[in-house]
Structure formats: C-alpha cells, structure tokens
Design a protein around this ligand. Structure first.
Ligand code: COI
Length: 364
C-alpha cells in the first residue's frame, strides 16, 4: 500500500514546474520540496512536506554558535524498478539518532523519519535520475534553534529531510594525501557520529590538498598519528595480497553503511576481508613492494571511488597500479543490488512507499 500524502496546491505547482538539469553532480541540484518537523514543548510537531526554501535561523542559535547539528546521507534509487527504493535505511536511522543523542538532541521517532522519507521519495519520484550510478541523495538533518550564548543545549529543534538528484561524488579515480599534522576527530570526541563539526574540521585540509593537486585527505588516528582512519568524506579500503582491508573501528571512525555492506559483500563473494589496525607507513611500504594492488574510497555519496595515488605533503607521490579489479567487482555487486539489477540476498533494499511498513523496518 502506498501511503497517501497531502499535497498542497503550492507543492503541486512547484513539482509541475520542476525540471531536472541536463547534467548532475553530487549534491549541487536541490530538489524543490523538503520535509520539516519542529520540536518544542518536549514533542515533535507540524510534520509536513513543504517547499524547499531558506528558513529563518536566529544568529545566536545553538546550531550556529555551537554546531548542535547532525545529519545523514542516504539514497533513493529508481533504475531497474518502477518505484523508488532505499538502501538499508534502518542503519541511517539508528546512526542519526545516535548522533543526535551525542549532541544532546531529541531522537526522531521511526514514524516521523519514515513519514519524511516516504513523503519525499513519493513526491520526487518523477525526478529520481535513472542513469547508472545516479540517485536521489537524501540528507536528513537536525539542529538546535534556541538563541543563547551560554554553552547549553537548545530545547527547540528542527528536523529536515532535504533531497538532491545526484550523480556519484567523483567521476574519476581520486588522488589522496596523508594528513600528518591535523586530526579530524579526537579520542572520546564525535568522530564516530555524523555531525557537521567533523566535516567542518576537515575543510582546511581539503582546500590545501586540492591546491596541491589531490582530492581528499587521508586522516590518521588522533593518538599515535600513525594508523589510517578515514578520508574526509568517505571510508578507506585497500587490497593487500589480494585481501580486502579497511581500518578497524577505532571509536573515531565513522561506521559507514557502505563500508559495512562492502565487507559483507566481499565475504559473500569469497574474498578475504578484514578490519586490522592499518599503519600508514606499512601501506606505503606495501604500495612500493606491490603487495598493495588497489585502494579505494567508499561511502553513500561515493559508492566506490578508486584511488590512483597517495601523496605526502612534501610532494612525494606513490602511484597505485591502474587495476581496480576488486573495486570494480564490488562496485558492480553493490550497485546491482541498490539499482535493482541483481538479487538482494541480504534484504537491504526497502520500499519506502508505505510509511508504516518503513517505520517498522527502521527499528530492525
Ligand atoms: C555520504 O557519503 O553520504 C556522506 O554523507 C559523506 C559526505 C558527502 C558528507
């Protein structure tokens, strides 16, 4: 059953006039509708799909002053099916509420999260791009509204689901640089949560690495500054002696949904996959000796982006062989499931059209 959605004349006319641009990038095009709910007096209220627009935010709000904010990245696909599907939305829902709790924000109930996803994917169904690797990127977001300069939590919050018809994050293999000075996350900090502050902390390094001809920084652990953690916007994987390795969750790494899905898929395809501590100097030695044949970035936005080179700030660059066999195999297997071209043995693909059914699945 498809949940019925109340569509105001304003929304219908916005949607009737909307056209997808000729070319898409990742997250540039913003869909004309969003979902909004407000939290006050201890409860969520006024949940509805509304036109996408600027919203008034007090300059002294806790979101702007103290980064009291969290978000998720998810995708709706409609390629080989006639209706949209979501990929493991329960993982995003549960992580969203973990992130919210870490920043002292109220949990979003499954019924509200599901209602928002169901409503936005149904309304935007005609605009879910259907090229290979394309999707409707969804950005559930929560932030604090109360204006005050004392460092304490807001009591009022906004929950939004924003949407962006998107292509993959990168269209070409990427070049990454080892960040040996700054850290993106601290021990006991918020690195494992999806909060804006983690990404804000990576922006300076990203700008610097782009100036040096790279795309992303490779972050090391905050204590020893020697073990690989993740990239600025994605998890990291490498193929060493034919085995798939990704850094063990250290408490300051984001537990990516794509990361977990790829490890599960790899094992199901008979590939040895492990999560060791990965000293960056060992990786460099393995690249030089040829033991490391591939490396790639993975995430909801990126899916899989092969890495063609790993550099140091002093200008040394270690090129990776242009094989990407494992990356291509895993990407094809994952996208096959996500896009509905292949069987889904893990039950990862979810139909969001019935919001009550979706709500029940979010808690699993
Ligand atoms: C994603 O891959 O979906 C992310 O959320 C990472 C980044 C785009 C912020």
């Amino acid at each position: 059953m498809v949940s019925s959605i109340f569509v105001t004349p304003e929304l219908s006319s916005l949607l009737a006039d909307y056209r997808l641009p000729d070319s898409l990038e990742f997250g540039r095009e913003l869909a004309p509708v969003m979902y909004r709910a407000d939290y006050g007096d201890g409860q969520w209220q006024d949940a509805a799909a509304v036109p996408f627009a600027d919203i008034p935010v007090n300059p002294a709000s806790t979101a702007l002053q103290f980064a009291q904010q969290a978000f998720e990245g998810m995708k709706a696909y409609q390629i080989a099916r006639s209706y949209p599907t979501l990929f493991r939305p329960n993982r995003n829902f549960q992580r969203f509420n973990r992130s919210a709790r870490r920043l002292c924000m109220p949990a979003v109930p499954a019924s509200l999260f599901a209602g928002a996803l169901s409503s936005i994917t149904n309304l935007l169904q005609p605009f879910i791009p259907d090229g290979a690797g394309q999707s409707l990127y969804l950005r559930p977001t929560i932030f604090g509204l109360d204006p005050h300069f004392a460092v304490k939590s807001s009591a009022r919050f906004v929950f939004l689901v924003l949407a962006s018809p998107s292509d993959a994050y990168y269209s070409e293999p990427i070049r990454i640089v080892i960040e040996r000075n700054n850290c993106r996350a601290a021990i006991g900090g918020t690195g494992a949560e999806k909060v804006g502050g983690n990404y804000g902390a990576s922006l300076q390094a990203t700008r610097k690495c782009i100036e040096q001809g790279f795309d992303q920084s490779l972050w090391l652990d905050p204590k020893s500054r020697s073990n690989i953690e993740e990239l600025s916007a994605m998890n990291f994987m490498a193929v060493i002696d034919g085995e798939l390795h990704t850094p063990a969750l250290s408490g300051s790494i984001l537990e990516g949904v794509t990361r977990d899905s790829l490890m599960t898929l790899a094992r199901s395809l008979g590939i040895d996959a492990s999560e060791p501590v990965m000293p960056v100097d060992e990786l460099v030695r393995d690249i030089k000796s040829g033991r490391c044949s591939e490396a790639f970035a993975c995430g909801t936005g990126a899916v899989i982006s092969p890495i063609s080179a790993i550099g140091e700030a002093d200008g040394t660059v270690f090129e990776l062989p242009e094989v990407n066999q494992m990356a291509a195999k895993l990407k094809n297997a994952l996208l096959g499931i996500q896009e509905g071209r292949a069987a889904d043995p893990f039950g990862w693909v979810v139909d969001p059209r019935d919001s009550q059914q979706l709500a029940a699945q979010l808690n699993q």
